[in-house]
Design a protein around this ligand. Structure first.
Ligand code: S3P
Length: 454
C-alpha cells in the first residue's frame, strides 16, 4: 500500500501553547470496514457517509471490488456500494493486497471461507508477521482450505484460502478476546446453511452484531454463564442500508490525551463514537482525574455518540482493571503516554494481545518511553509506568514507529510535553487510520518542527 512506498517521512510536533479549538475526528475504522463489506453483500445500493478514507479501509474497498462489488466515492466520506448478494462473491483475479490492515484480512478471510472461490492475501511487513492461526482454526473447521506461510511460532501471510460451499456451521468458543476472530466466523456464517454460533467469554466490540442485524441478518445475542452467545442464521439475505459512520474513538484518543497533558488546554472533539465496548479509555482517563465531559449525547448510525470537552488535568496513576482491556485495546499506547504525566505509577496488565498488533506495542512503547526519559517496567502481559507528576519528559529521542500508526501518533503526542523534540522516524503509517492527524493537531495549535528530511 501507499505508506510503504517511497522514502520514510519523519515527523516532529511541538505545542506552542495550550491546545484550543474544536475538531472532528474521521469515521470509525471498524464500522467503515464493515459498511463496505456488508454493503458489498447486500443486493441494491448502500449509501455511506462519514466513511474513514484511510489506507486500511481503502484496502477493504479494493478487495470488495476485486470480488465483484461496485463501489464508488461520491464526495468526501460519501460512498455508494452495489452489492453482489450473499453467496455472490467472485474469485479475485489477483492477490488481495491488505496493506497494513489486520481487520481487512481476518474479516475478508471469513467472507471468502464460505464462497466457492480461492483468494490469496498479501500484506506489508507488519501485517505479514501477524498471527493468522486464530482465524485459520475456526474457518478450517467450517470446511475452508487454507495454505499459510509458516512464521516464527505462527501462521502468517501470504496465505491462500479456498472457501467451502456449502460451509459447515460451527459452534465456536473464542480462545482469545478478539472482535476480528468473532467477526470472521459470523461473516463466514452468513453464507453457511443453518446456525453458526460464536461464544464470547469476554465481550469485545459489537459492531458486527449491530450491523449484521441492521442489514437484516437473522442474528441473536444471549447472555450465559459461558459468556455472550451470538447466533447467526445462514444463508442470509442482506438488505442495503444508509449508514452514517460516527467518529472513531480510537482516533479521538490522541487529541484527548494531548489536551489532558498540555497545560492550559481546552478543546472540543466532535462526533465521537462511545459504544460501551469501545469507550474504556474515557472511563480510565476520568478515573485518573481527567476532565472529559460528554456533551450533546445522541445516537448516530445506531451507535451512541457525544462531543467531548477535554481540559488539561492533573492525572493520578491507577491500576487499570484488566477486564477493561478489550474496550480500549487500541488505546493503550496513548494511555501509556498519559500515564507518563500522572502522579504516581500506572499499572496496566492483562494486555498481552498488544504484542500481536501492528507491532509489539508493549515492547516498542517501553523502549520509546525509556528513550524519552520515562521510567517504565515491561511485563510479559503489560507495562508499569512511573508518572512524572505533570513535569515535562526529557524527550530528545528518535522513535522507530515500526509501521505502526498508533506508535507514531502516541509519540507525536508525548513530544508535545517534552523538554527536547521527539522525532518519529516514519509517520507514513498514520495514513492507515488517521490521514488528517497532523492537520487536526495543527488546527489545535501544534506546530510541525523541521526534521532532517522535511
Ligand atoms: C478490530 C478489532 C481489534 C482491534 C482492531 C479492530 C475490529 O482487533 O485491535 O484495531 O474492527 O474488529 P482484535 O480483534 O485482534 O482484538
Amino acid at each position: 500500500m501507499n505508506h510503504v512506498a517511497g522514502k520514510p517521512a519523519s515527523l516532529c510536533l511541538a505545542a506552542s501553547g495550550p491546545l484550543t479549538g474544536d475538531v472532528t475526528v474521521p469515521g470509525d475504522k471498524s464500522i467503515s470496514h464493515r459498511s463496505l463489506m456488508l454493503g458489498a453483500l447486500a443486493v441494491g445500493e448502500t449509501r455511506i457517509t462519514g466513511l474513514l478514507e484511510g489506507e486500511d479501509v481503502l484496502a477493504t474497498a479494493s478487495a470488495m471490488r476485486a470480488m465483484g462489488a461496485e463501489i464508488e466515492r461520491t464526495g468526501t466520506g460519501e460512498w455508494r456500494v452495489h452489492g453482489v448478494g450473499v453467496g455472490g462473491l467472485l474469485q479475485p483475479a489477483t492477490a488481495l493486497d491488505m496493506g497494513n490492515s489486520g481487520t481487512s484480512t481476518r474479516l475478508l478471510m471469513g467472507l471468502v471461507a464460505s464462497h466457492p472461490i480461492t483468494a490469496t492475501f498479501i500484506g506489508d511487513a507488519s501485517l505479514s508477521g501477524r498471527p493468522m492461526g486464530r482465524v485459520i482454526t475456526p474457518l478450517s473447521l467450517m470446511g475452508a482450505t487454507i495454505a499459510a506461510t509458516p512464521g516464527p511460532g505462527r501462521q502468517t501471510l501470504p496465505l491462500t484460502l479456498t472457501g467451502a460451499c456449502p460451509a459447515i456451521p460451527l459452534r465456536y468458543t473464542l480462545p482469545v478476546a478478539s472482535a476480528q476472530v468473532k467477526s470472521a466466523v459470523l461473516l463466514a456464517g452468513l453464507n453457511t446453511p443453518g446456525e453458526t454460533v460464536v461464544i464470547e467469554p469476554i465481550p469485545t466490540r459489537d459492531h458486527s452484531e449491530r450491523m449484521l442485524a441492521g442489514f437484516g441478518a437473522q442474528l441473536s445475542v444471549t447472555g450465559s454463564p459461558q459468556g455472550r452467545i451470538i447466533t447467526i442464521r445462514g444463508e442470509a439475505e442482506l438488505k442495503p442500508q444508509t449508514i452514517q459512520v460516527p467518529g472513531d474513538p480510537s482516533s479521538a484518543a490522541f487529541p484527548m490525551v494531548a489536551a489532558l497533558i498540555v497545560p492550559g488546554s481546552d478543546i472540543i472533539i466532535r462526533n465521537v463514537g462511545l459504544n460501551p465496548t469501545r469507550a474504556g479509555l474515557v472511563r480510565v482517563l476520568q478515573a485518573m482525574g481527567g476532565r472529559i465531559d460528554l456533551l450533546n449525547e445522541r445516537t448516530v448510525g445506531g451507535e451512541p455518540v457525544a462531543d467531548l470537552h477535554v481540559c488539561h488535568s492533573a492525572l493520578t496513576g491507577i491500576d487499570v482493571p484488566p477486564e477493561n482491556a478489550p474496550s480500549m485495546i487500541d488505546e493503550y499506547p496513548v494511555l501509556f503516554v498519559a500515564a507518563a504525566f500522572a502522579k504516581g505509577r500506572t499499572v496496566m496488565r492483562g494486555i498481552e494481545e498488544l504484542r500481536v498488533k501492528e507491532s509489539d506495542r508493549i515492547a516498542v512503547m517501553a523502549q520509546g518511553l525509556q528513550a524519552c526519559g520515562v521510567q517504565c517496567e515491561e511485563l510479559e502481559d503489560g507495562l508499569i509506568v512511573e508518572g512524572r507528576d505533570g513535569d515535562l519528559v526529557p524527550g530528545g529521542a528518535t522513535i522507530a514507529a515500526r509501521l505502526d500508526h498508533r506508535i507514531a501518533m502516541s509519540f507525536a503526542v508525548l513530544g508535545l510535553n517534552a523538554a527536547r523534540p521527539v522525532v518519529i522516524d516514519d509517520a507514513r503509517p498514520i495514513a492507515t487510520s488517521f490521514p488528517t492527524f497532523v492537520a487536526m493537531m495543527e488546527q489545535l495549535g501544534c506546530r510541525l518542527l523541521p526534521t532532517a528530511d522535511h
